[in-house]
Design a protein. Structure first.
Length: 182
């Protein structure tokens, strides 16, 4: 069975975007980006909410200014993408389809039949997947900045989910990676 992972780059106070919706403070340096690329290699399907898909669709045409960003673009383009949205009319990337609602049972079937791992992107969709008991692993990259509010990386008010710390890694920039298993 394939694993479903949730990865997020967040401020130390737990936000993926600040109160203005910006996340420029979260841009990974080459060391962090290379680490992320290695985490993405097993992923065969990305599950996205509309906003996360619109951000990530950049990689469909990006050629990358470094070998690390070119590598990520190739990884992203080679994976299937499912976008959960009631408002998105069409997609701008290959290997992408739209689903109008998030169906936990369909994701369970996909996990059971997939030969490669799945990744859920976007905190809203991830909250639904976590609440449904679908997420197997979490990868949090904590950036040494406090933004004071915005879009939370992890759901608030969700059911209790015990986590096992599998690994941690500190980068030269002060970013810390925390890897948990549910």
């Amino acid at each position: 069975m394939a694993r479903l992972t949730y990865s997020a780059i967040a401020s130390l106070d737990g936000y993926v975007a600040d109160a203005d919706g910006t996340f420029d403070w979260a841009a990974p340096d080459e060391e962090v980006h290379a680490f992320v690329n290695d985490l993405e290699r097993p992923v065969g399907t990305y599950l996205y909410g509309r906003r996360m898909y619109e951000v990530m669709a950049y990689w469909e045409t990006a050629d990358g200014s470094t070998g690390i960003t070119r590598d990520f673009a190739e990884l992203w383009r080679s994976a299937d993408k499912i976008v959960y949205s009631t408002t998105l009319e069409s997609v701008t990337s290959a290997r992408t389809r739209i689903e109008r609602s998030f169906d936990p049972e369909a994701v369970r079937r996909l996990k059971a039949s997939s030969g490669r791992d799945l990744s859920v992107g976007g905190p809203g969709l991830a909250a639904q997947a976590i609440a449904a008991g679908l997420v197997d692993e979490l990868h949090l990259f904590l950036v040494p900045v406090l933004v004071g509010g915005g879009t939370r990386a992890l759901p608030g008010g969700a059911a209790r989910v015990p986590l096992e710390l599998v690994d941690e890694h500190r980068f030269g920039s002060g970013v810390v990676h925390l890897h948990y298993r549910t």
